[in-house]
Design a protein around this ligand. Structure first.
Ligand code: F6R
Length: 614
C-alpha cells in the first residue's frame, strides 16, 4: 500500500503532487506528505489523516514553495509505526540533504538501523523507510552520485520497495527504483512524472514506462536514463497508456460505493460484449491462450486470491467443478506462498485480483509460474503487475472502483468465472448443452433482474435500519452461496465494523449455534435449489435458539413468514446464477447500516484498496 508520486519539470510542483496523491488515495489514507526543492533547500510538509489535512497544512506555506518545479509526495497506510507526523513520509537522512518516499516493506530494517545508528545516524521515526534514507545518504557520501548511491543501497536492502529519491545537491533530478512494488514513469515534454499508479499521471501524459524489477531510473526535466542493478544502461520500453483521464465523480450518489453498486448491471453487460452473443453460439474467450487440446486434458486447477476476490474464486470452483469436472483448489494467496504446493506444468493456476497488485497474490502467481504452470489472471487492471505475469489475461472491465469495499469488481469476477466455466465446458463437452444454453439465456437477462433489486430498496433499508445497532451478525448459506454469505459478512464488517461472520449453515450446529440468542441476527441466503430445504431446516434450528431471523430469498414459500422477522426478496433465477443476484442486497445492507451509523463508507478505517505489502 502507500502511494508515491514524483515530478520534475516546469509546472508548480505542489499542485501536481497533491493531485496525484488524491488519485492514489485508494492506496492508503492515514497520513501524507510532500518534499519540494526550493532554492537552496528541500522543504518537507506532512500531515496526519486524510489528504485534505495536508492541503490545509500547506496553505500557510504557499510562498515557500510556489515556484518549485521538483518534488516527491506520499500517501501512507501504516505498516511500521503509527500514523503520526514523524512517521509520515517523506523521510530524510540525519542532515536533511537526502529525502525519499517509499512504498513497500524493508525487511532487514532492524539490522540496517542498528548499523547506521552505530555510525552516528539520528533516527526520528519508527518506520522501516527511514533506514533507506540514511542508508542511501551513506552511499551518496561515498560516491557523490545519487543514482549510484541508490543502486548500491538497493543491493543490500531486502524486501519490497518502490522508492523516489531527491538530494539537495541536485536542483532538478529524481532517482527512483522498485522491487516487488509497482512504479511507472510518465514522459511529458520537458517533464517527467513518477507514480505508483496510472491515475496519478494520466492527466499530464499517456506516454509511460513501467519499471521492471531492480531497475533504476534517473530523470531531469529533459532526460531519462534507465539502468539495471549492475549499472548497465537499459533501453526503456515506452508505451502509450490505454487510459483516458477520468473525473472521478459520484454522479449524484452519496458515496462511491453506492454508485458502484448501481453500476453492476452495466458491468455485466460490458463483460458479455464480444464473448456471449446468443445462447446457441459458443462462448468466445480468445483471452484464454491454452490450446483446446490442453484444456481438454487439464486435470487440476488452483485459484489464488485474497478477500473479496477469494470469494469470487470460491464460486469459480463450484462452477468449474460442476460444469467441467475438473478438480479445483481455492486458496488464500497468503497461505499458498509459504508451503510446498503441488503445482506444476500440468496445473492451470488462476489468480484473481481487482487491483492486480495484491502482494500475496502476485508472489503466489510468480511462484506458480516458476513451477511451469500456465497463469490465467482475472483482473480489473490489465496494466497491473499481475497482468504482466499472465499467460492468459481475462480483463473484467468493471471500470475504476474507488470505494475501498469491492462491489462491482466482485460481480465482474463472478461473470469471468461463469464465462470461463461455460467456455471450458463447451470445449470439453462435459455438460449437457441444454443446461449451458439455459445458463447463457439467464446470464443475458441478469442485468434487468439486478435493476429490479436496485429500483426497490425499501425493504433492504428497513432491514438495515432495524439491525444497525447490533454488535454481531451471522450470515448462513450452503452450496454455491456459501461464498455469498462470506462476502456479505465481509462487506458488513469492513465498512460498519460490526463483527459479522459467514458460516456454512450445516456447520452451525458444530459450534457457532452456541452464540445464538435473541440479540443475534442470522441472515439466511435461501435461494431455490438443491440446498433450499436443508437451509430451511438450519434456519429453523437457529430460530429455535431465539435468533433474529432474516431471509434473503427468491421463494414465495408461505412457511417463511412465520420463520423470519424480515424477508428480502430478489427475482427468481436458477440456483447456478443465484450468487450474482443474492450479493446485491447484501452489499446494500452493509452500505445502509454503515451509512446509518455515520461511518466513512468509501474509506473505512485501517483499510486500503490496494494491498501491496505481504
Ligand atoms: C473487500 C476488499 C478486499 C480485496 C482484497 C484483494 O471489499 O476489497 O478484501 O478484495 O484486498 O484485493 P484484490 O482483489 O485487488 O487482489
Amino acid at each position: 500500500m502507500c502511494g508515491i508520486v514524483g515530478y520534475v519539470g516546469f509546472r508548480s510542483v505542489a499542485d501536481i503532487l497533491l493531485d496525484g496523491l488524491e488519485q492514489l488515495e485508494y492506496r492508503g489514507y492515514d497520513s501524507s506528505g510532500i518534499a519540494v526543492k526550493c532554492d537552496n533547500d528541500i522543504k518537507v510538509y506532512k500531515a496526519v489523516g486524510k489528504l485534505k489535512n495536508l492541503r490545509e497544512e500547506l496553505k500557510s506555506h504557499v510562498k515557500e514553495f510556489e515556484k518549485s518545479t521538483m518534488g516527491i509526495g506520499h500517501i501512507r497506510w501504516a505498516t511500521h509505526g503509527a500514523p503520526t507526523v514523524l512517521n509520515a513520509h517523506p523521510h530524510t537522512c540525519t542532515h536533511g540533504n537526502l529525502v525519499l518516499v517509499h512504498n513497500g516493506i524493508i525487511e532487514n530494517y532492524k539490522e540496517l538501523r542498528a548499523e547506521l545508528e552505530k555510525e552516528g545516524c539520528v533516527f526520528k521515526s519508527q518506520t522501516d523507510t527511514e533506514v533507506a534514507a540514511h542508508f542511501i545518504a551513506k552511499k551518496y557520501d561515498e560516491t557523490h552520485d545519487l543514482t549510484e548511491a541508490v543502486r548500491l543501497a538497493s543491493k543490500e536492502i531486502e524486501g519490497a520497495y518502490a522508492l523516489c529519491v531527491m538530494h539537495n545537491d541536485y536542483k532538478d533530478t529524481i532517482v527512483a527504483t522498485k522491487r516487488n512494488a509497482p512504479l511507472l514513469v510518465g514522459i511529458g515534454e520537458g517533464e517527467y512524472l513518477i507514480a505508483s499508479d496510472v491515475p496519478a499521471i494520466i492527466k499530464y501524459t499517456k506516454k509511460a514506462m513501467y519499471l521492471s524489477e531492480n531497475q533504476i531510473v534517473t530523470v531531469t526535466p529533459d532526460s531519462m536514463k534507465l539502468i539495471d542493478k549492475d549499472g548497465n544502461e537499459v533501453q526503456p520500453k515506452i508505451e502509450l497508456l490505454p487510459w483516458e483521464p477520468v473525473a472521478l465523480s459520484k454522479m449524484g450518489y452519496k458515496h462511491f460505493m453506492l454508485k458502484e453498486i448501481h453500476e453492476q448491471p452495466d458491468v455485466i453487460r460490458n463483460i458479455l460484449v464480444g464473448k456471449l452473443h446468443t445462447a446457441a453460439e459458443p462462448v468466445i474467450l480468445d483471452e484464454v491462450k491454452l490450446t483446446k487440446d490442453t484444456l481438454k486434458k487439464l486435470t487440476r486447477i488452483q485459484i489464488i486470491a485474497c478477500g473479496t476476490s477469494l470469494h469470487a474464486a470460491m464460486v469459480g470452483k463450484y462452477l468449474l467443478e460442476t460444469f467441467c469436472g475438473i478438480a479445483v483448489d481455492v486458496e488464500a494467496s497468503s497461505e499458498y506462498i509459504y508451503r510446498r504446493t503441488v503445482t506444476d506444468e500440468h496445473t492451470l493456476v488462476i489468480g484473481v485480483s481487482q487491483s492486480g497488485e495484491t502482494a500475496d497474490t502476485l508472489t503466489a502467481i510468480k511462484q506458480a509460474k516458476a513451477r511451469g504452470s500456465h497463469i490465467l489472471i482475472i483482473t480489473n487492471r490489465p496494466d497491473s503487475s499481475m497482468a504482466r505475469e499472465a499467460d492468459s489475461l481475462l480483463s473484467v472491465n468493471a471500470g475504476i472502483e474507488v470505494s475501498v469495499a469491492a462491489t462491482k469488481s466482485y460481480i465482474a469476477q463472478l461473470m469471468a468465472f461463469y464465462l470461463l466455466a461455460l467456455y471450458m465446458a463447451e470445449i470439453k463437452g462435459s455438460t449437457d448443452k441444454s443446461i449451458i444454453q439455459s445458463i447463457k439465456n439467464e446470464l443475458m437477462i441478469l442485468p434487468q433482474k439486478i435493476e429490479q433489486v436496485l429500483a426497490n430498496t425499501d425493504e433492504i433499508q428497513k432491514c438495515a435500519r432495524k439491525y444497525s445497532n447490533t454488535k454481531d451478525f451471522i450470515y448462513i448459506a450452503r452450496g454455491i452461496n456459501l461464498p455469498t454469505a462470506l462476502e456479505g459478512a465481509l462487506k458488513l464488517k469492513e465498512i460498519s465494523y460490526i463483527n459479522a461472520t459467514g458460516y456454512a449453515a450445516g456447520e452451525l450446529k458444530h459450534g457457532p449455534i452456541a452464540m445464538l440468542d435473541d440479540t443475534m441476527p442470522v441472515l439466511s441466503i435461501l435461494m431455490k435449489g438443491i440446498v433450499y430445504d436443508k437451509l430451511l431446516s438450519n434456519s429453523e434450528e437457529a430460530k429455535a435458539r431465539n435468533a433474529r431471523m432474516i431471509a434473503l430469498t427468491n421463494s414465495n414459500d408461505p412457511k417463511l413468514e412465520d420463520l423470519f422477522e424480515c424477508i428480502i426478496r430478489v427475482p427468481e433465477v436458477q440456483e447456478f446464477l443465484s450468487p450474482i443476484i443474492a450479493v446485491i442486497p447484501l452489499q446494500l445492507i452493509a452500505y445502509y447500516i454503515a451509512e446509518f451509523l455515520g461511518k466513512d463508507v468509501d474509506q473505512p478505517r485501517n483499510l486500503a484498496k490496494s494491498v501491496t505489502v505481504e
